[in-house]
Design a protein around this ligand. Structure first.
Ligand SMILES: Nc1ncnc2c1ncn2[C@@H]1O[C@H](COP(=O)(O)OP(=O)(O)O)[C@@H](O)[C@H]1O
Ligand SMILES: CC(C)(COP(=O)(O)O)[C@@H](O)C(=O)NCCC(=O)O
Ligand SMILES: [K+]
Length: 279
């Protein structure tokens, strides 16, 4: 079995993948903490012959986790943000400082559709751009829904936005604190994604395929106007592309990769921008 780890600042996600059939056998998430207890937090390592890790946790935590795993598992691949990988050139002045989850997402998106806009709605919402031809431009970081809510300190921290509530409701003024907070942070997130996507596509004169991932992707997706796809396993896709271990991965097939709708025409993006400039 292959154990894939996506260690974020809020949640540490794991996924067990069958090395032969390439099917996902199980998955889970635990609150990101300082240490891992195999068998409790992650599957028992006896069935694991290889581990692939994407981590944005503190270096010390990562080193600790890797040391533990290396004692128990033959192969441990640790993803790093590099100058270049799989045809994508890193747009950061210091490439190693780009969040590994962002780099994995950019690589997976490029592998799937070529140039793209990759949005990861996690503790932070990150928005990265890769041009056709593989040039990563860099991106944007803004607080995630949960962080925005916590920063308000209005006691609404644990009232999540219902991913299945009507999108229209979220456009209405809130009539109690939790609604005012949820509608406000939702609008902040989706307005930022819509505007940033339009601005960069307009600047670069290319309408890019748009991909969303992360724990809050489904909520944010409801307000994103441009055609897009939600790919929950996009960070894992980057691990598969960097460290292909199964026959299907070596053939370039990424697990759970969605059908990505064609972007709208540039004229529509320009018109939407012009309109938002008017308001
Ligand atoms: N099972 C869950 N437990 C907690 N939060 C969840 C869960 N599923 C989705 N979420 C939402 O996803 C967010 C975390 O998303 P994630 O992409 O895992 O963040 P990160 O990668 O920064 O750790 C939380 O802030 C919460 O809004
Ligand atoms: C911005 C992030 C904290 C987002 O991480 P996440 O929301 O997945 O926990 C992470 O990508 C990170 O630590 N980046 C390093 C700084 C940078 O990307 O510029
Ligand atoms: K993430």
């Amino acid at each position: 079995m292959i154990l894939d780890l996506d260690i974020g600042n809020t949640l540490s996600k794991w996924r067990l993948k069958d090395s032969n059939s390439s099917e996902i056998r199980s998955r889970g998430a635990v609150w990101t903490r300082e240490e891992w207890r195999p068998g409790a937090d992650i599957p028992d390592l006896d069935v694991v012959e290889a581990v692939r890790i994407s981590s944005v946790a503190r270096r010390a935590v990562l080193d600790e986790t890797v040391a533990l795993l290396r004692r128990r598992v033959g192969t441990v691949h640790v993803a790093r943000s590099t100058h270049e990988a799989l045809g994508v050139s890193n747009g950061y002045e210091e490439p190693a400082r780009l969040g590994v989850d962002r780099w994995m997402g950019a690589l997976a998106g490029y592998q799937l559709v070529g140039g793209c806009c990759a949005v990861d709605c996690g503790s932070a919402i990150t928005i990265d751009f890769v041009l056709p031809g593989g040039r990563h431009l860099g991106g944007y970081i803004l607080p995630g829904l949960r962080l925005m809510k916590e920063s308000l300190k209005l006691g609404t921290r644990n009232v999540a936005i219902d991913p299945d509530s009507e999108a229209e409701e979220l456009l209405e003024p809130g009539r109690r604190t939790v609604e005012a907070v949820n509608h406000g942070i939702y609008m902040a997130a989706v307005s930022a994604v819509n505007r940033i996507y339009s601005e960069v596509c307009e600047q670069q004169e290319v309408a890019l395929p748009l991909l969303l991932t992360g724990g809050d992707a489904r909520v944010v997706s409801r307000g994103v106007q441009a055609p897009h796809a939600v790919w929950p396993d996009m960070v894992y896709g980057g691990l598969e592309a960097c460290f292909p271990l199964t026959a299907s991965e070596r053939a370039g097939r990424l697990s759970g990769a969605p059908e990505v709708p064609a972007p709208v025409a540039m004229e529509k993006i320009r018109a939407a921008l012009a309109f938002s400039m008017l308001l």
